[in-house]
Ligand binder design. Structure first.
Ligand SMILES: [Fe+2]
Length: 283
């Protein structure tokens, strides 16, 4: 069977690994020559059986060649899939570097996306996602704000004092992130997370004003992780809340703003009381 080798990161098939066209053509020519020789030397009656045998051999050779060709195509296809996976890994790596460079423009944002991704992945585990799904959500969480790359620096840095126009510009980052991540469809939920992580359960979010379960679950999880991380880190206009105070605040905002199940999962991740108990503390 032909094998696929890698040279300079590209897949290639060894020339000697398959039955090439020249071999097939030679086999047919040889068979025809043998038939012709037998016909000339022994006549039609003596050669009918031999002719049948030769036809069987030629057809067998052709079937063998088709079989080998299919094997080669299959190997080539596997090689292409592997190359596509490697290319996608590189693409994700580049995107994560872009996220870090965008965050570097604002000292209050540094490390935010990485923390959100880790927390969202952990919450997903508590909510029964498989390890693979939780890892994918972790990556999606790290990329949730990549659309901020298109927001001018003076708006990012002046977020605390921005006006209506500035906020309108900031809001475009969810659609921009969706567009940037469009080629990454193999990561489950990445597009929904980028586009819908600012939707709110009561329909007051953006970009589409979705309500409740209209908002994809992965985006509801990241929304909670995003808000929790923002609350527990200093911002220009306020100091960081403690973890417990942030969970209390999220409990207070659920279910109108955030999915209660997701807030519960966050509380469990942090070993805090579940929602009902936290609400009781808040009351
Ligand atoms: Fe965002």
């Amino acid at each position: 069977m032909a094998t696929v080798t890698k040279e300079n990161g590209r897949s290639s098939i060894p020339v000697g690994g398959c039955w090439n066209r020249g071999h097939s053509f030679s086999a047919i020519l040889l068979a025809v020559a043998v038939c012709a020789t037998i016909v000339v030397s022994h006549g039609w009656q003596a050669t009918s059986l031999v002719m049948g045998g030769v036809v069987v051999v030629v057809v067998g050779l052709m079937l063998l060649r088709i079989h080998w060709s299919l094997n080669v195509l299959s190997s080539h296809s596997e090689g292409l899939s592997e190359s596509a996976a490697i290319a996608e890994e590189h693409y994700i790596d580049v995107l994560l570097r872009i996220v870090r460079s965008v965050e570097a423009r604002d000292k209050y944002s540094i490390g935010h996306s990485e923390r959100v991704g880790k927390l969202a992945g952990k919450m997903a585990e508590y909510m029964g996602f498989s390890d693979h799904e939780a890892r994918q959500l972790g990556t999606a969480g790290q990329l949730h704000d990549i659309g901020m790359v298109a927001i001018p620096e003076h708006i990012i840095v002046g977020k605390a004092k921005m006006g209506v126009q500035g906020f309108r510009t900031i809001k475009t980052h969810s659609q921009i992130g969706y567009d940037v991540l469009m080629p990454l469809q193999s990561i489950s939920g990445v597009l929904d997370v980028a586009r819908y992580h600012h939707e709110r359960m009561n329909g007051t979010g953006y970009p589409e004003g979705l309500r409740g379960e209209e908002i994809p679950l992965c985006a509801r999880i990241v929304a909670v992780a995003d808000a929790y991380d923002a609350m527990t880190h200093d911002r220009p206009q306020r100091l960081a809340l403690s973890s417990f105070s942030a969970v209390e605040e999220l409990c207070r905002c659920a279910p109108a703003g955030y999915d209660s199940d997701c807030v519960n999962a966050l509380a469990e991740c942090l070993n805090f009381p579940v929602l009902e108990e936290a609400l009781a503390v808040t009351a």
